[in-house]
Design a protein around this ligand. Sequence first.
Ligand SMILES: [Zn+2]
Length: 678
Amino acid sequence: MNCILRYSLSLLLVLSSAALSHAQDEQTAGLDTTSFNRDIRPQDDLFEFVNGTWLKNTPIPADKSNYGSFTKLADLSEERLKAIVEELSAADHPKGSDEQKVGDFFKAYMDVEKANELGAAPIQEELAKIDALESKEALIEHFGSLDQMGVSTPLGAYISQDAKVSTQYIVHLVQNGTTLPDRDYYLVRHEEKNESARAAYMQYVEKLVELTGSSIDGEEVFAFETRLADASWSNIKLRDAEGRYNKYKTEDLAKLTPGIDWSVLFEASGVEPGDEVIVNTPSYFEKLDEIMQQTSLETLKEYAKFHLIDRFAPYLSEPFVIAHFDLHRKELAGVTEQRPRWKRAIAAISGGRGFGALGEVVGKIYVQRHFKPEAKEKMDRLVKNLLKAFGTSIDGLAWMSDETKAKAKVKLSKIRTKIGYPTKWRDYSALEVEPADLVGNTIRSAKVEHDRQVQKLGKPIDREEWGMTPQTVNAYYNPTKNEIVFPAAILQTPFFSADTPAPLNYGGIGAVIGHEISHAFDDQGSRYDGDGNLNNWWTDADREAFEKLTTQLVEQYDGYEPLPGKFVKGDFTLGENIADLSGLEIAHRAMSFELDGKDPIEVAGWNQDQLFFVGWSRVWARKYREAEMMKRLLTDPHSPSAYRANGPVTNIDAFYKAFDLKEGDQLFKPESQRIKIW
Ligand SMILES: [Zn+2]
């Protein structure tokens, strides 16, 4: 039940699962021009001009797959969390208190000797349960309990708002259960990287067999996963909000998959789905039914064992940890070194990408120590300015009718903003944490989260729930709640600082705010109304005009080639590219509202507009390992950072004016070809 983020939130960026090392430089409030590459002109490459020297002189740390502005801030969050967790771990706290749970989770994680002594013991009982299954029906039922432990199975399920009745939660079924990051890794066999991933997968299985004594035939399991991949929808198809909205009567699931008894599965995973469910990927399930019938019970059990071990390998003895790293981080992300254990412990507690076991407990302390109320006040004002700017932009659109404009403004007026941290924190009272039971803690934590999700069914929508912890350096738009959310940790330099010149803030956090607002109006977000329902509020002619513009943007990004022969997928990244373009345009407009007519701002010889675009470009300072870049081109709906910096500005007149662009400059487009959406 943990794939909600993947399908319903539009994030500012996809965080890599393992960020993080010591902050490498001082966070300065003003403009640091030492990162600039003066050999490059901003008119030719704004990204390289602003970040070139930094890019050249900054190696990607050995334990990271990519490194840049976001990671630097994530490192800072990590250091702060370390201090919090170590403090809690060093003192005694009453059993059952949140402080005890954090402290003991950390202790259990750091006890590598204990983990090594236990070897595979913590999961042997679970492996034996799978070995004992005597039929496919029993296995499907068992998938229900594996799901509760966070083990992935082919029967993906999660609970989220009904996109057409946004006041209700409903069970969603979705493709799931492959190990490699994207279906292409299985299906595009002639590529070297995919062959290499396959070989690493086989070695991994072999190692796990050796370490657990379980019998698992890697070739058979891989062949099964390949069939799952083949049945799966592409990431591009999955973006289609209408396409993945397929409501079924729960009783009719038997027609979709005659061989899978969902009622048994639901019962085993403690889910009471009610009369209806949403099937995101119906054709996948039709094929899955066939695949399950054609695959032997033995192979299915071996598949389940492999996924169980893979899930818990990071918490077992060092040989497991290394084997897991070798496939998931070294092979698939190009990382050369394992993160130190304490960093992995912090991620498990605080949540790297997700919430971790106790993400909001440490988040609450993080906020008390590191988030200033003034930042919230300043953000409130910025958001207000951005929303106003978006409204005036709608008024001025040449391609949209007044009828649709009025509806767009209704949606805009209903956007809700969350800044910093939740007003209501999650309750972890059901979680038991033992100081010497790492795997047990992990399983219990997964179950608590599973139950939290399941208990949403039948209840009113929790409007105060957050999809990210406050210590996360990111932001998101949630279309079914029509809300924009900015965690505390992104409200820092280079995005935002109370004492930085205003144009840098507008080019930084201003454009981030604009980005999230724009998601409400991107190619998918615009299909939802102000109440979070998929509900077409457009006239056909306006939709057509909009799609003509977005098609041009697809073509622009299709032309970017981050690695030789490897291109950005313009249709996969469209929503994010719209948000980047419109967000930047709106942020510039909002800045003009606030600053035009006042004393001109100048820093280090740069004027207001130039500073704005410098501020934009510097937040995208980032570099990637090649394997990570390859993976992201298939799995990350955001364009690589260089194109996030350079792509939008080619369409923005203010950029042309700021740097006096002329025909022949690399970033120049004739006025008639500049794309203006919002
Ligand atoms: Zn986004």
